[in-house]
Design a binder for this molecule. Sequence first.
Ligand SMILES: *Cc1c(COP(=O)(O)O)cnc(C)c1O
Length: 362
Amino acid sequence: MSLTENIIRADVRLLSAYHVPDASGLIKLDAMENPYTLPADLQQALGQRLAAVALNRYPVPAYAGLKAAIRSQLGVPAGFDVVLGNGSDELISIVSVACAKPGAKVLAPLPGFVMYAMSAQLAGMEFIGVPLKFDLTLDLDAMLTAIRTHRPAITYLAYPNNPTGNLFDPDAILAVLREVGDSGVVIVDEAYQPFAGTTFMPRLSEHDNLIVMRTISKQGLAGIRLGYMSAAPALLAEFDKVRPPYNINVLTEATATFVLEHRDVLDQQALAICNERASLLAALSAIPGIHVFPSAANFILLRIERPGLSGTQVFDRLLAQKVLVKNVGKMHALLENCLRVTVSTPAENALFLAALQSSLNP
Ligand SMILES: *Cc1c(COP(=O)(O)O)cnc(C)c1O
């Protein structure tokens, strides 16, 4: 036996590493990044702010100033606090570790965000995937049956969902919260909330088992890695024990605090992206042989429905024209021939549309 066979878990050895394609020289529409940067004057001011940060000191792990800014600027209800994560990916991992009693299970609709299943596995929990309906809406009956059968410790609902882009029916989410009751937590993952115009945050006081999780990644700050979650104080106190004490570095802390002082800039950028989403949805819907799914996020899912032309062929032809989208066709049977494209600037969206047209009619 080799060293890795001796010491590394068999299930870890069977994993493939999270693959991020090299996007240099490409129009990058694969990862739901905000295409806009900060205006030049704010970049200058941020530079000065960061120059004054005490890089020699550990962060103060209470993160009181940043947390207060998040609570007041991002709509956390009175009486509720947040736990911060190095991206919401870390929050998913923290909740998984905290809930991983022997035999505990994790449940989520599929297709969904891949980290839910991954994090469950790494924490030693069985993952139960419940397929969406053919139109990619939530199959509430199947969800409720699976919850009764498995009594999951964690149920995830991404709102809007990734990679489908749609919002699940809020009444269905409430039915899931009631069915889970005090046997588990329901994480409403609002990674795309700035583009959705709706949120479960105000409902925290009505549901002891509700966790609302968000990230500022998709809003324009993916590079600094910051996520936050809110829930009943008793739950948050337990999760905070699992959080590595200095998980938010001082540069991230200072940058996020600064940007939240200029939240109007983030809001303007989100609004521009929502307007572009409407234009792109309309343009895509007018192309014959493409099925466009509704989106409340900063990306659009579409299915290639042309005889003799696969989603992978279109993906390859787009790439040949230097446009990188996400080929999700192999992720799940419901996504056959589907591509996911980030909504970007008017110029990049126009380039994408032109490349798509010539990929369909070469
Ligand atoms: C992108 C994404 C995340 C992860 O966000 P980070 O804060 O960048 O780790 C979480 N949930 C969903 C549904 C996402 O699409």
